[in-house]
Structures are given as C-alpha cells and as structure tokens.
Design a protein around this ligand. Sequence first.
Ligand code: GUN
Length: 304
Amino acid sequence: MADAAEQKTGEACIIDGKAFAAGLRATVGAKVAKVKSEHGLTPGLAVVLVGEDPASQIYVRNKGKQTLEAGMNSYEFKLPDTASEDEVLTRVEALNADPDVHGILVQLPLPEQVNEARILDAIDPAKDVDGFHVINVGRLWTGLPSLVPCTPQGCLIMLKDTLGNLTGKKALIVGRSNIVGKPIAQLLLREHCTVTLAHSRTQDLAAECRTADILVAAVGRPQMIRGDWIKPGATVIDVGINRVPKEGEDGKTRLVGDIHFGEAVKVAGAITPVPGGVGPMTIACLLNNALIAACRQAGVDVPD
Ligand code: GUN
C-alpha cells in the first residue's frame, strides 16, 4: 500500500493527495536544481489570467508561489475582464516567442468574448503545459510523447501507487470533458484497463459504477455518486471540487467532491478526499510538465 495512503480500520484507505503532491514537488525541485547546475537551464512558466474570477485568482497565485518554490522562473500576466480575443492572442504569441518561457498556461474559463479553442490553438504545442492543444491531444491518443494534462496525470500517479499494476482492471470514468474525462480514459487505456467513459446520458449510471474496480468521478455535481453505487473494495478518485452551503451556517460554504464521501468511505477500498485529494496533485504535475517542456526545448534529458 502507498506510503501516502493511511489505513483506517473498517473504512477505505484515504489517499493523501497532499502528501503525494509534496513528494512530487520535492522531486521536481531537485531535478530543476540539477538542470540549473548541469546545463544552466532555469525552466520558466508563464500563466495568463484574464478577468477577476476569484477561484482562478487563487489557483494562479498558488501556481506562481509553487513555481518559485520549485526553483523555476514564474511569469504572471493579468488582463482585464474586458480584454479582446486579439489582446489575449497577442500575449500568447509574445510568450511563444520568448526563449525564457518554456511553459504557457492560459487559465480557464475565459470571458465569453474570448474563444477558448482559438486561444488554446495559438499556444506553441511545445510550451503547452496543460496538454490541451490538439497536437498534444492527438499525440496522447496515438501513443506518441506529448505533454499530458495535469489533473489526469495526478489521478494516474495516485492510482498506480495505490494499486500497482492496473492491467485488466475495469475503470469507469464519469464525465467526458477534454480536461479530465477524455485524457484520463486514454491514460488508463495505456495502462491496459478496460475503460468505460460514462456521462450524463449514460443509462443506469449507478449500475455501471457498481461494475468498476476503478471509479473516477469528474462530472462537477456535488456528492452525486452515492455509497451504494460503489463496488466494495473499489479505488475511487474524486476529481470534483464543488462549493456548497454549510448546513446551519448562513452564508458559509464548504468544498465537496462528486462522490458522497461519508457513504463511499465505508464501501471503497481506497478513496481520495475533497479537499486534499486530486487538487494538490494538479499543480505538482504542472510543475513537472514545465520541467519536461524546458528540457525538451533545450535538448537536454530530464534528470532521473
Ligand atoms: N481552470 C481550472 N483548471 C484548469 C487547468 O487545469 N488548466 C487551465 N488552464 N485552467 C484551468
């Protein structure tokens, strides 16, 4: 069982994403120190934030802080909510051309006047640390080296550490987004899982879920997946981050996942909590992608 998973009597192992993320950040930091000293290469990660969305502002602040802590250069660009698509494109093109910037992330969602697909398409695929560019998506699905989306990468690391070999496991993913559902399906297929990609129109979703050795919930619906939907002993990864009102405390909120944790923890073999599960892994994987992108651009091997 994973170092970062804690066994509780009679309940599922809680997969500690914070501990996994801290470990990965430390590993990335050590590798950054190595490429700096051996090759004079300091990876640089640029984040573009358009508008004032409070959740996005928090993410961007955390990304900047953790980028610096890993020993990389961090560049932040804030554009107003009213920025035009051309203004965002101009910023992306400048970052594509900047040799000190090895990774570019445009924080989503974008304001409605800015076409997301056009912006993602404008990012140099070699600098696309989100792995959202069609070139990287195509490379991932055809088994070529690519930059792999961060949240799915984090889920896979925790699954492999918890279960070891995933070959032959039945994996069910609820949610078919480009950011999580589709790429995690491909990553699990690569690990020789039998993969089902379920969604809002899947018939008898509860029955489908009950067949899964690995259940990944990425649907954005608070506590939708109940305890009796889960196969006893299954490994459950909850990607959902939903803010809901705190009972009995007017105006206060709390974070919950897409899984009903209180019920699921009694049935699953292992489960990620929200918060403290998948979330912290996403930024750690982003730093890892920035390091990989920098090494590839500089023509040096990523240190072991
Ligand atoms: N907004 C929420 N999650 C993400 C992410 O992983 N990447 C980007 N670019 N925006 C996001």
